[in-house]
Design a protein around this ligand. Structure first.
Ligand code: P53
Length: 464
């Protein structure tokens, strides 16, 4: 009983939210580099050029690019078995459309990956996490089928270069975010449904081709989908609420449906028909999708929603996270995200029932403001949140028999928030002295949760 012996405990980050060094050693500009800082009430602006009087949090972030040795040493001290991070496409192919990779970009990830392996930390690489080379904008980014070829060249470069060192991969972070945050997902500035569905289609094709290539290059490669864990409860047992909730879930679930099954579900094809949207299907595509189904299902889990007969379309609000309903049975974080540990057991069962593939929680955590008192951070609220979620994950394993591969909490070290661009929305076991304007020493300080998580891993989840 309990967590399997080889359970992958660890943490997860994304290049643009930690590395900084946004133009160093040949890196090109990425879509993330064009996003200014926002707040819970102010949407991050996207500028077409870098404006000198504005603050762009990814440009320096937490300077992980120059401090990765210290950061990985801290992860190793906590006993990480796994570290999920992303590779910045624009470090490897600065404009996105080059034929040869940037050797200096690969060399940085060589050092990072080798350091992980020296510390017995299994790397889990997200090939594309909310950043696309800005050089792809001239093609129309993911709206253009050409970008599939550029992505495939990039993915194949990684599979070849890191062969034997990296075995776990995710093709796209939170692929369903194309519906809610298309700029983050694919450098798509339009909110037009036909544009988004075209871009998503191309990402499915690219993902499937990458899965096939990844398997051909190394049979040991395990390549997963990564779903932004939108799980929603019906507002009531009114059949119209049930249907409203189902309609919402379909808008999100069709993404992992395509990646796990290898074809579009009928409900989505019918919806596209009603919307008069024609997907840019080429003759061989059905075969491509079928041959490129993923090996496992991963997802992020922060919250649950409530939907019903009045839920319209995709989520509303600044970052598309409002449904118009609130769950009176759960609390909300300071950033308004509905905290629901029990929902994690539900989510794990839901995805496993649906796909019958191994499941991994690759993001979970509490974004909260921390205060430093006498050089210490007493983040018992974060410990509580994680403890409750991990104990529900354990139930999914023990009581329901869900094959959970691992758990990487989001932002084991404080990093830039994707939705707001803030630094003050902190997730880490490790505090980083940087504020919302980028001021600070960048010093790393262990929070109380650091020792707690170390103990969780040391006891394989027994001691929560
Ligand atoms: P932040 C929305 C809803 C759920 C997950 O989010 C999301 C988002 C987009 O923000 O994104 C994932 O930083 C994403 C990470 C992100 C993390 O959740 O807004 O994969 O890049 O940082 C947490 O608090």
């Amino acid at each position: 009983m309990g967590f399997p012996d080889n359970f992958l405990w660890g943490g997860a980050t994304a290049a643009n939210q930690i590395e900084g060094a946004y133009l160093e050693e040949g890196k090109g500009l990425s879509t993330a580099d064009m996003m200014t800082a926002g707040s819970p009430t102010l949407k991050r602006a996207i500028t077409s050029v870098i404006e000198s009087d504005r603050y762009y949090p990814t440009h320096e972030a937490i300077d992980h690019y120059h401090r990765f040795e210290e950061d990985i040493a801290l992860f190793a001290e906590m006993g990480f078995k796994c570290y999920r991070f992303s590779i910045a496409w624009s470090r490897i192919f600065p404009q996105g459309d080059e034929t040869e990779p940037n050797a200096k970009g690969l060399a940085f990830y060589d050092r990072l990956i080798d350091l992980c392996l020296e510390n017995d930390i299994e790397p889990l690489v997200t090939i594309s996490h909310f950043e696309n080379p800005m050089g792809l904008q001239k093609y129309g980014s993911w709206e253009n089928r050409k970008v599939v070829d550029f992505y495939l060249r990039y993915a194949e470069t990684l599979f070849e270069h890191f062969k034997g060192r990296v075995r776990y991969w995710l093709t796209f972070n939170e692929i369903n975010v194309m519906s809610t945050m298309p700029w983050n997902a694919g450098g798509i500035a339009s909110s037009d449904e036909a544009v988004k569905m075209t871009a998503a289609y191309h990402q499915f094709i690219a993902s499937a081709l990458a899965v096939k290539a990844g398997h051909e290059i190394d049979l040991d490669n395990k390549i997963g989908t990564m779903y932004a864990g939108h799980f929603s409860y019906p507002n009531s047992c009114d059949p119209d609420d049930i249907q409203g909730n189902e309609d919402f879930m379909h808008k999100m679930l069709f993404y992992p449906d395509v990646q796990c099954r290898g074809y579009y579900p009928n409900y989505k094809l019918k919806e596209l028909e009603r919307q008069h949207i024609t997907l840019p299907v080429l003759p061989a595509d059905a075969e491509i999708l079928k041959a490129g189904v993923v090996d496992f299902v991963s997802f992020s889990y922060y919250m649950t929603h409530v939907c019903g007969k009045n839920t319209t379309g995709i989520l509303r609000g600044l970052n598309g996270l409002e449904t118009g309903y609130k769950n009176p049975h759960i609390e909300r974080s300071a950033w308004g995200w509905g905290i629901d540990p029990k929902g994690l057991r539900y989510a794990l069962n839901y995805l496993y029932d649906r796909y019958q593939l191994p499941v991994m929680v690759v993001e979970n955590g509490l974004g909260a403001a921390d205060t430093v008192v006498d050089g210490k951070i007493h983040d018992d609220y974060r410990i509580d949140y994680l403890r409750q979620h991990i104990s529900e994950m354990r139930k999914a394993i023990d009581l329901d028999g869900v094959p959970v591969m691992g758990y990487t909490s989001w932002g084991p070290i404080d990093l830039i928030s994707a939705s707001t661009g803030e630094m003050s929305k902190r997730y880490g076991f490790i505090y980083v002295d940087v504020d919302d304007e980028g001021n600070g020493t960048k010093q790393r300080i262990k929070k109380d949760s650091f020792a707690w998580y170390k103990q969780v891993i040391a006891t394989n989840g027994e001691d929560l």
